[in-house]
Design a protein around this ligand. Structure first.
Ligand code: SAM
Length: 349
């Protein structure tokens, strides 16, 4: 309806936009990682035990509930959503969540919808993901040797992941490879991974193994400081420091010889908390404000208590007000215990 020229123009304010989520240290929360399942078709040795007990279905948020919660976060200033797990692509009907969340890309409320996957289901889903506005995927891959791959993942099939990578690139998705650096396991393969990834126009990020879950003593021995890996790589390559800050734990260099980007995620040797802009939601609706701390908030109860979002918004605000300044991962060598008892598949990697 348009007003005539003679009528006074009355400016009516629309509903006030909800204020963004800012923690007590002034960090705006703009990035939400959402684990949509604790299940996975792999059993990576540093991530899960072989006989993992999974959650009963009734404890999981439905896809509609996940969409509702994500939408609340988007309305409160989250600009980037990363879907993870467990393995996100093994959750039944997961494409419907991507489809519904893609409306926030369309409206401009969200800058990025992305996912972290082991790649096993990418051949099936890459085209659909691209259709829902996903532009980039992180694929976790620690080795290019099929036997080693089987050892690390226990159940994984490297050929299937390679088909997934082909499909992702064919669908136009930018791929970043995430590789956990493991002493005595794949440390001799880092250069091969680098040349391979950059040769295929994929970024590579190396991750220090973190003491999460009930780690076996050997896991502690597999810790490989990335400072050492970087020093070794610097003997062969020219690593030009990049200023690409994601608010996350990765620091990037450009490898002059390959032209590709290489990231280092060093939670054990580098404190990256000062710029942390993220929180993590589990598939049961628990919000972790810090990967390396136990404090968490239950969002499922307020979500299910009413159809309106007031209660859950209040619970989110209360949680963000408790976001800690930083984390402290320590491997307790005397007692062989990790600092954080939950597995990565629980928090969502
Ligand atoms: N299934 C998906 C995948 O493979 O990427 C998403 C979940 S997985 C838990 C996310 C990432 O966490 C993977 O790159 C995995 O290697 C990493 N991860 C799991 N446990 C870890 C640990 N203890 N230390 C370091 N990285 C870990």
């Amino acid at each position: 309806m348009s007003s005539s020229a003679s009528e006074p123009v009355v400016m009516t304010a629309g509903p006030a936009a909800a204020p963004p989520l800012v923690d007590p240290f002034g960090r705006a929360i703009s990035y939400l990682r959402v684990s949509v399942t604790d299940r996975c078709d792999f059993r990576c040795v540093y991530c899960m035990s072989e006989d993992m007990a999974f959650l009963p279905k009734r404890d999981l948020l439905t896809l509609e509930e996940l969409d509702r919660l994500c939408t609340v976060f988007v309305e409160r200033g989250v600009r980037k959503l990363r879907i993870t797990g467990g393995e996100p692509l093994v959750r039944r009907d997961i494409m419907s969540l991507f489809r519904s969340l893609s409306r926030h890309l369309g409206s401009g409320a969200l800058d990025e919808l992305t996912l972290t996957t082991n790649g096993s289901q990418l051949a099936r889903y890459a085209d659909e993901l691209a259709g829902y506005g996903v532009k980039r995927v992180n694929v976790s891959l620690d080795t290019l040797d099929a036997g080693r791959f089987r050892q690390i993942t226990r159940w994984g099939d490297l050929a299937k992941v390679q088909c997934g990578l082909d499909a992702a690139q064919k669908a136009g998705l930018a791929v970043k490879i995430n590789a956990v650096a493991l002493k005595g396991v794949n440390e001799d393969e880092i250069e091969t991974l680098l040349e391979w990834a950059h040769g295929r126009c994929m970024d590579l990020t190396l991750i220090e193994v973190m003491p999460l879950g009930d780690i076996e003593p050997q896991r502690i021995d597999q810790f490989l400081p990335l400072s050492l890996v970087r020093a070794r790589l610097a003997e062969r390559y020219t690593l030009d420091e990049l200023d690409d800050r994601t608010g996350g734990p990765a620091r990037y260099v450009r490898v002059r010889e390959t032209g590709g980007r290489l990231g280092f995620i060093t939670p054990m040797t580098h404190n990256f908390c000062e710029s942390c802009n993220r929180v993590r939601l589990t598939c049961t609706g628990t919000l972790f404000m810090c990967l390396g701390q136990e404090d968490a908030a239950d969002l499922r109860t307020p979500l299910r208590l009413s159809e309106g979002n007031e209660r859950v918004e209040q619970a989110i605000e209360d949680a963000i007000a408790r976001k800690p300044r930083g984390h402290d991962f320590v491997i307790d060598r005397r007692r062989n215990r990790p600092a954080i008892g939950r597995h990565m598949s629980v928090t969502g990697g």
